[in-house]
Design a protein around this ligand. Structure first.
Ligand code: PEP
Ligand code: MG
Length: 757
């Protein structure tokens, strides 16, 4: 802990913490002792005001103050988010202001008499990761609170949290109901993976409440911390050994990152410094963790956030080691219908739970492109993230309804919500049974046109869905995912093992490996990053690969080796003109030549193709088609570039797409050109997985499309209801219409023709 000279007064941190403890353990009513505590803190922080607000019935209530009008105690109440104190509670992080009254959130409460104070600093009071209140100091003058003072307040707030709980539990009259956890609640979030689920809340990390914060013997606490770290390192090494037994698995590289943190000297040094300031080993871990979380909330960079999240996870593991608690809920017996609730989660941790009992994942943090969301998609469980205050509101064992179709979660739902949700769930289950029944049947229209329904994949966990869905093959293997969930660049041997497993799982079914499509939001932790204004149109995919040919050559080498004796399909992403394709192809030829020279076995057939994602390539088709073996349209990117419409911008979602006449007419042209040149064509963007869009695509002449595993059933059901001789002429006309979208016309057609969507 780093209390500054000014904030230490004449005492010093350890003495202050001990003094606080003495007051709290002393005689007098709860209120009297809390009043004394705020006096001690005010004096120590050289502040005219010190106040404690505690959450009672979902609101912040002034519980004790030194400096504000005593009449305001238990009268001043603020909603979460209201005023500066409410803002601190809402954000869950410190706030320091030289001129508090100039802040837009300042809410004047006449009963407090606070108008004479200018500067304000407040920190959340957290207990076991839950916010229970806010601690505030105020000064008359415009004062700049420095970093050390904020840190000192965080430590005091932590110690206070323990004391508040023990003190108030003895005084029923003023006791706040801890948290806000008994009422039904609807929580809004952001869907990372669609779907519905009902189940029982399981906290990924059982709540650990540090009971003892202040220690008298720093030597002993230091020893305990070091012992805890030794055990933590051993645990990680054991997990690593287990991961190594499963070559090519995703979790290994992540554990390497964990190991790096566990051996980080800076982290240990910071915790030891806290112990020297008077904290117990557990309190020191928690203290640095809170600081880390505060930093995390301010960082926008997704890669750095993921790393800080890893550090958060490591801190929790260490806390559990020190308190002798189970590692995570994965180590305990889960209910059959577990809904995992976490602040955030690493992909490896999610994989630890296995698929059997997991119904959904609900996160306080996260993003749709985070690694854990990618893995959850592969596991086919709905995920909702970015739910504010989630961990404060959920208790283990709560019933949760996850509505991944409408970005919401219902906690402890009432009977009416339960009934409505049960109906939606039933309808879903009936559909799933229907898809199961057609799994082995061909994806063939009523008049005998066969459509190859392929699956998109990118992680080993996806492979199980090949059999489960009856997909014809893998139409897009996004190899970058394998690179993204690792802490270090996988070498050629590791890549070979991985691609080998993919080809083994596919057997006779074709797999199209797309070479690395990194850059933009797909970040490789071990590759230098460059700030870009428009990363989606930036230095990504084939552009990066051609500028860093070693990376691509290593990958091509691994693919050739894994494909030895089998059929290999290689596809290049984001090709904008023929010359780029030629350059990429030349690298493949070089690797092929090298394999030959070394006398290594080669694939029995190599087909080389390209994604069509950049509109410029359409005008080069006459030349390109002579040189390639297949094309796959990446409609996600093609639409974003065609309509100048950011695919990641939620305000534009669904605004343009393949059902716009312009897109239909462009796609129709591409189909015709590929057909004339006899080059196989597919489409592997998200549109292929939506039955209405897929209906348009097959009507335009696509005979192969590739989609998420979960879409194969619905799309196959649609295909089997189509009469192509009626659909094709109808769709051909749509491209000429002046409509914004042909969605409604197509839906009406499907209804009239009894095509299930
Ligand atoms: C696409 O752009 O449609 C595509 C399939 O590639 P990705 O989504 O990986 O960019
Ligand atoms: Mg793309």
């Amino acid at each position: 802990m780093s209390l500054t000279a000014s904030s230490q007064g004449a005492t010093g941190p350890r003495v202050l913490l001990r003094r606080l403890r003495e007051v709290m353990a002393g005689s007098g009513s709860a209120q009297e002792r809390l009043d004394q505590v705020v006096r001690v803190i005010a004096a120590n922080m050289v502040a005219e005001v010190c106040s404690v607000y505690l959450i009672r019935d979902g609101e912040l209530e002034l519980f004790a103050t030194e400096g504000l009008n005593p009449q305001a105690v238990h009268r001043t109440r603020l909603a979460i988010g209201e005023g500066l104190v409410g803002l601190i509670a809402e954000r869950g992080r410190p706030l320091a202001l030289r001129d508090a009254q100039a802040h837009p959130n300042f809410a004047y409460r006449p009963e407090t008499g606070e108008e004479i104070y200018r500067a304000l600093m407040g920190v959340p009071i957290l207990r076991g990761g839950r916010e229970v209140g806010v601690l505030v100091v105020q000064n008359r003058t415009h004062r700049d609170y420095n970093e050390d003072e904020i840190e000192a307040m965080l430590t005091i707030a932590m110690v206070l949290a323990e004391m508040v709980a023990s003190l108030l539990s003895r005084d029923d009259e003023t006791a706040p109901r801890e948290g806000m956890t008994d009422l039904p609640a609807r929580l809004a979030g952001t869907v990372f993976n669609e779907g519905l689920a009902r189940g029982t809340a399981v906290l990924h990390q059982p709540r650990i409440v540090v009971e003892r914060h202040v220690a008298d013997d720093p030597e002993q606490e230091s020893r305990r911390l070091r012992q805890g770290i030794v055990e933590l390192r051993e645990q990680i090494d054991t997990m690593l050994r287990m991961a190594i037994a499963e070559p090519g698995g995703e979790s290994r590289e992540i554990l390497e990152t964990y190991r790096m943190f566990a051996h980080d000297r800076g982290w240990v040094t910071r915790m030891v410094a806290e112990i020297e300031g008077g904290l117990t080993a557990e309190a020191a871990v928690e203290r640095i963790q809170v600081e880390n979380r505060t930093r995390m909330a301010e960082i926008a960079d997704p890669y750095l956030r993921e790393r800080l999240n890893d550090l958060d996870d490591i801190s929790n593991r260490l806390l559990r080691t020190l308190t002798g608690r189970a590692d995570s809920a994965a180590a305990e017996t889960l209910p059959d219908d577990a809904i995992l609730v976490a602040h955030n989660l690493g992909p490896a941790e999610l994989l630890d739970y296995g698929e059997a009992r997991l119904r959904a994942l609900v996160l306080e943090e996260g993003s749709a492109s985070s690694h854990v969301a990618i893995v959850a998609r592969a596991l086919q469980i709905p995920v909702i993230g970015r739910i504010e205050r989630l961990l404060e509101l959920v208790d283990p064992g709560d019933t949760i309804l996850v509505d991944g179709d409408h970005d919401q979660v219902f906690l402890r739902p009432g009977a009416d919500v339960e009934a409505a949700f049960a109906q939606s769930l039933e309808a879903r289950e009936a559909e799933a049974a229907e898809f199961d029944a057609i799994r082995e049947l061909p994806a063939m229209t009523r008049d005998g046109v066969e459509i190859a329904l392929n699956m998109n994949a990118g992680l080993l966990v996806d492979l199980a869905h090949l059999d489960a869905t009856g997909a014809a093959g893998i139409g897009l293997y996004r190899t970058e995912l394998h690179f993204m969930v690792r802490a270090a660049m996988p070498n050629v041997a590791t890549q070979v093992t991985f691609y080998d497993r993919v080809l083994d799982a596919a057997g006779e079914r074709p797999v199209i490996f797309r070479t690395l499509d990194v850059g933009g939001d797909k970040v490789l932790p071990y590759l230098a990053r460059h700030e870009e204004t428009n990363p989606a149109m930036g230095w990504r995919a084939i552009r990066l690969s051609l500028d860093r040919p070693v990376l691509l050559r290593m990958q091509l080498r691994a693919l050739l080796r894994a494909g030895a004796g089998r059929r290999l399909n290689v596809m290049f992403p984001m090709i904008a003109d023929v010359s780029e394709f030629r350059q990429a192809r030349a690298l493949l030829d070089k690797e092929l030549e090298r394999q030959r020279r070394l006398g290594e076995a080669l694939p029995v057939q190599i087909r080389v193709g390209t994604m069509l994602e950049v509109p410029s390539l359409v005008w080069q088709l006459p030349t390109l088609l002579d040189e390639i073996d297949f094309i796959s349209i990446g409609s996600n990117d093609l639409m974003q570039f065609l309509f100048a419409s950011d695919r990641g911008n939620p305000r534009l979602t669904g605004r343009y797409g393949v059902l716009s006449p312009a897109a239909l007419s462009l796609l129709g042209d591409i189909v015709a050109k590929c057909r004339d040149a006899d080059v196989p064509l597919s489409l592997c963007g998200e549109a292929a997985g939506r039955p209405l869009e897929a209906l348009a695509l097959i009507g335009l002449g696509f005979r192969a499309i590739s989609m998420n595993a979960a879409s194969i059933g619905p799309v196959k059901r649609m295909v089997r209801g189509v009469d192509m001789s009626r659909l094709a002429p109808f769709v051909q006309e749509l491209g000429r219409l002046p409509d914004h979208s042909c969605g409604d016309r197509l839906r009406a057609f499907a209804e009239a023709e009894n095509i299930p969507l």
